[in-house]
Design a protein around this ligand. Structure first.
Ligand code: GCU
Length: 358
């Protein structure tokens, strides 16, 4: 059933090099990955700045007894410099006490504060949180991509970075600092976000191989969902005033010709291979289209299989609410309910991380 559905969507071939040669080995895949990165940068996210930068962090404030004494909570100002430019933003880092090198969630957030209840749940599970309010990196409105981190790269109307790539680049700069300066487990840093920030988490984690896990929640169109035969949001909707800013200009040359996109979102997901990936969907989120997200996971799995690893492990059936699929390197769950990042989503991702030790 899944295979037939994928065949009917006529997706571009994941395991073929641009020369037409089949991808049969992990070495072939490494080449293919490079091609896909180029393709997606040129046609979808846009290229990030090519300037070399230095990242430094300054602890502005440290609460040694956060969360009733359970965690150290720092406010860190990140300073990023190139030879021509300078950018800065701050983020929160909460680390559970008593864990020498805790694994971490780099959480792309819609608010500047980590909610107390959410923070406590995550810290009690033994994970640290580096939480950044996305608009502190670059604003989410039309500014010709000139403010915040946008100033590192002059925007052209074709292939320079859209906002997703700018925010993702900021997440990578946070990682520069966290891996150098803070006592976190370098092999266990996940990047996670919801909705447009789920798209951003994919743009960060699928490209930056230092993330051990990439998690998107309800990321939908321009995120984990396949575009071909997708329900709900289409490329034409993403061309709306707000979301148009998130992508590079070339992406919208596919307006009203989705079938001609030279990629689909399984290309993006497969970039994570052989690292872990986790996609969360919600049953009533028809705008995002849970089925298109699920199918993209299935379509990305062959990249894992080249490494002898299971991608998405599922029966040949649509996923059921409340029956998470945790047995493969691609984890997936369908939550009952609407577009939202909820308790159930966090709990499932934590349990997946515990299970795999990532
Ligand atoms: C809109 C948009 C989605 C996006 C969401 C969000 O619904 O159409 O693509 O994911 O906003 O980020 O809130």
């Amino acid at each position: 059933m899944i295979r037939e559905e994928l065949e009917s969507r006529k997706l571009p071939e994941l395991l073929a090099l641009e020369s037409g040669e089949a991808v049969k080995t992990t070495q072939d895949w490494e080449r293919r990955r490079g091609e896909i990165q180029e393709l997606l940068r040129r046609e979808y996210t846009g290229y990030p700045t090519r300037l070399g930068v230095r990242t430094a962090g300054r602890v502005l404030f440290c609460d040694e007894n956060g969360y009733g004494g359970k965690a150290v909570v720092k406010t860190i100002q990140l300073e990023i410099k190139s030879d021509f430019s300078f950018g800065t933003f701050s983020f929160r880092l909460a680390l559970p006490k008593g864990a020498a090198n805790p694994p971490l969630f780099l959480y792309l957030a819609f608010t500047p504060e980590i909610a107390d209840g959410l923070g406590e749940e995550i810290l009690d599970a033994g994970y640290g949180i580096a939480s950044v309010y996305y608009q502190d990196m670059a604003p989410d409105y039309y500014d010709e991509h000139k403010n915040g981190l946008g100033r590192f790269c002059a925007r052209n109307p074709y292939d320079s970075w859209g906002k997703l790539a700018i925010w993702a680049w900021g997440a990578s700069r946070m990682l520069d600092y966290l891996l150098e300066e803070e006592s976190v487990d370098a092999g266990r840093v996940a990047v996670m976000g919801h909705s447009r920030l789920g798209k951003t988490a994919l743009a960060a984690g699928c490209f930056d191989e230092r993330f051990s896990l990439t998690v998107s929640n309800d990321s939908g169109g321009g995120g984990a969902a396949l575009f071909r035969k997708k329900g709900g949001e289409q490329i034409e909707n993403l061309y709306g005033k707000g979301s148009r800013l998130w992508f590079c200009g070339n992406f919208f040359s596919y307006l009203n010709r989705t079938e001609e996109l030279p990629f689909d979102q399984h290309f993006l997901l497969a970039l994570a291979a052989p690292r872990h990936l986790y996609v969360c969907s919600a049953s009533r989120d028809t705008w995002a289209d849970p089925r298109a997200e699920f199918l993209a996971c299935a379509a990305a799995s062959p990249a894992y299989e080249l490494y002898g690893l299971p991608g998405l492990v599922t029966d040949d059936a649509w996923p059921e609410c409340g029956q998470p699929l945790h047995e493969g390197y691609i984890g997936y769950h369908l939550r009952e309910g609407a577009h939202y990042l909820g308790r159930y989503d966090w709990q499932q991702v934590i349990s997946y991380r515990n299970r795999w030790g990532i």
